[in-house]
Ligand binder design. Structure first.
Ligand SMILES: [Zn+2]
Length: 382
């Protein structure tokens, strides 16, 4: 197998000086302005059944900069503005507060990153090292809703190599009591400390709701508090998911999941629901890109497959399986843990993926298609 040249984004928190924060906020504003202007121009062109390409929007940018009204666009680095135009062409939605710098607009030397229009390098918290000898090709700076600053460095990572093939395969069920249940019987809980944080989040939300008609300053403070607790929960989840997905991909050749948003995971609270939905889609996307790095395969099976109602030993399908039933005994005499049984069924369906039946439409996930290995038939788990 040829060596995979994988580009990876390494994201870190950083702490701008007041001058840097002001420069970046100005840049975000200009990026947003240019993006919106170009989007409007493109939409107008559409109504005349014309298309606007990158070179045309780039020419528009030059013209805008010459007007008195938009002269302030000259004050920031032009690269993030051009990058915004490039993203417009690829229908890539930009987040509200971010700016992208290519090599001509930053300097990376001796582990210090300095952006265009800035005198000082950024004060980055290097929470993990960049790969040996890595030099970033793109740098994206962003600020989240809680006001934290992040820088993401896109680097080629030569340390990523496909792992030796293995016969192991695993099915993953998204559980009610647990975050995930594996076909091996292992149950994986939510990150520690999440429960108290959820209580804090609910409290902060109630306070925000009470201040809905109050004065602006108090409301802003309450909103800030919700954003902060929410961000902390999401961060912990992400760390947890990174460890989990790395482990699953290292240990298994094939990972079978259900193709679902989130099924019955969270019963109440729209924010709590949002966290779980985000965690699930993040879990899937992490699994898929890591599988690509390491030469593994992720199979997603149809979400309507009755994984909970089917006995994984004898194949008997039950009519009903209320959510309250956590353990049950089949007529064949097997006693099942609900979630483990579901995970086993998910695995079995995924491994017979080529035999499509019973409304199951498996999708093999082979993004890019170059570093995913061709499979020999796999053993079913006992
Ligand atoms: Zn049975």
């Amino acid at each position: 197998m040829k060596t995979a040249h994988v580009k990876r984004a390494f994201k870190y928190r950083f702490y701008p000086t007041d001058a840097q924060a002001a420069e970046l906020s100005r840049t975000f504003g200009c990026v947003r302005k240019v993006y919106n202007l170009a989007l409007a121009a493109r939409t107008q062109a559409w109504t005349r059944q014309e298309r606007v390409n990158y070179n045309q929007t780039s020419a528009m940018l030059t013209a805008w900069k010459k007007t008195e009204e938009l002269a302030y666009l000259n004050d920031v680095s032009s690269v993030p503005l051009q990058q915004a135009l490039r993203h417009l062409q690829t229908a890539f939605t930009k987040s509200r507060k971010s700016a992208e710098y290519t090599t001509s607009a930053f300097r990376f030397r001796d582990g210090k990153l300095t952006l265009a229009k800035m005198a000082e390098p950024l004060d980055i918290a290097w929470s993990r090292p960049l790969p040996e000898g890595a030099s970033p090709s793109t740098v994206t700076v962003s600020q989240d809703a809680a006001g934290r600053w992040y820088v993401s460095l896109l680097c080629e990572d030569r340390s990523v190599q496909p792992l030796p093939a293995t016969d192991a395969a695993v099915g993953v069920d998204v559980g009610l009591d647990h975050l995930l249940t594996l076909s091996t019987g292992e149950k994986i809980s939510n990150p520690r400390h999440e429960r108290p944080d959820r209580v804090r989040l609910a409290k902060a939300q109630r306070q925000l709701a009470r201040k809905a008609k109050g004065d602006g300053a108090n409301r802003a403070k309450a909103r800030w508090k919700v954003a902060k607790v929410y961000a902390r929960i999401v961060d912990r989840r992400r760390d947890h998911l990174h460890k989990l997905t790395t482990r699953l991909v290292r240990e298994n050749q094939t990972i079978v999941i259900e193709d679902l948003a989130v099924r019955n995971m969270v019963k109440n609270g729209s924010l709590a629901r949002a966290i779980s939905d985000a965690a699930w889609s993040e879990f899937r996307s992490m699994l898929e890109y890591k599988a690509q790095w390491y030469g593994r395969e992720v199979i997603a099976i149809d979400r309507w497959f009755p994984s909970s109602k089917l006995c994984s030993v004898c194949g008997t399908l039950r009519d009903k399986m209320p959510l309250s039933v956590r353990e049950w005994t089949c007529d064949c005499g097997t006693t099942h843990d609900r979630d483990v049984n579901a995970a086993k069924n998910i695995l079995a369906v995924g491994l017979t993926a080529s035999v499509c039946g019973a409304g199951v439409r498996p999708q093999r996930s082979t993004p890019g298609g170059h570093s995913v290995m061709k499979q020999k038939p796999l053993r079913r788990e006992p």
